[in-house]
Ligand binder design. Structure first.
Ligand SMILES: [Zn+2]
Length: 272
């Protein structure tokens, strides 16, 4: 599933092609792709809207329109791309926006989603979708002090807490495993047992792995997402049995909160 760096990469790539264009018409091919509003309202409200900005919040792709915000969550297999208007419709295209193009013609902005878990929201107030999310880990709001206090005020295992989008936005399985290894913290460590120094190391590790992920255009292990190369630089994720880059011990895979989790049993010890 695409995480913060993957969605950021998609937003950065599509931004110059979308901003300033106008939606001529929306063609909703699978109605349950739409979380809100109704398909009829969606088609009416998007028609003629100008795309003012393209960004990302947590794992959501965001388009600011003249009067609305459009959020897309790619979930397991969603993908976004721009195509020439006369290209053939693909089997798993769920939503197509016909948008104005440079040459007075049109192009297609397509949401393709094989497994149908992706969702689209069109709202006036962005808080309707993202109001309950925690801070962006790369924003100034996310400080080492904030993280320390957040860990102290909860009594939860580190990995499920970091994956909880209402605590911190944008982290998924890959970047959480990578950050915990970099900070030498075990995923099962209970949050309020983490001291100030460890919280500082975790804060730094989270920012570093996300920044590196963005710099490498995300990871391309997800079959729907391609183009990134962060998968070639994983420290622990998906590396069961391979040597830890720090100490050489074989990486182990365990299951934490139903998620496959990768640790170095030497570098990461519970409660250490
Ligand atoms: Zn190690």
């Amino acid at each position: 599933m695409p995480e913060l760096p993957e969605v950021e990469t998609i937003a950065r790539k599509l931004r110059p092609e979308l901003v300033g264009k106008r939606i001529v018409k929306a063609d909703l091919l699978w109605s349950r792709t739409l979380a809100t509003p109704t398909p009829a309202e969606f088609q009416k409200r998007t028609e003629g809207q100008e795309i003012r900005a393209v960004s990302r919040r947590a794992k959501y792709f965001v388009m600011e329109l003249s009067d609305y915000y459009l959020f897309i969550h790619l979930r397991m297999s969603g993908d976004l791309y721009i195509k020439e208007v006369d290209t053939t419709q693909e089997k798993h295209d769920r939503l197509i926006f016909f948008i104005t193009a440079e040459d007075d013609g049109m192009s297609k902005f397509v949401f393709n989603d094989t497994r149908k878990f992706g969702r689209v929201w069109l709202v006036r107030d962005p808080d309707e979708v993202v109001g309950g999310l925690g801070p962006e880990p790369l924003s100034d709001e996310f400080t080492a002090q904030w993280l320390y206090e957040g860990l102290q005020s909860r009594h939860r295992q580190l990995k499920p807490l970091l994956l909880d989008q209402s605590f911190l936005a944008g982290m998924g399985n890959i970047y959480t495993d990578e950050a915990l290894h970099k900070a030498r913290l075990h995923p099962l460590t209970v949050s309020d047992s983490v001291n100030r120094e460890q919280a500082g190391a975790l804060w730094e590790a989270i920012r570093e792995v996300l920044q590196e992920g963005i710099r490498r255009n995300g990871a391309s292990i997800d079959w729907a997402y391609r183009g990134g190369e962060f998968q070639n630089y994983f420290r622990v994720y998906d590396r069961k049995g391979q040597p830890c880059p720090v100490c050489g011990t074989a990486i182990e895979r365990l299951v934490v909160g139903q998620r496959g989790t990768h640790v170095c049993p030497n570098c990461q010890r519970i409660g250490s």
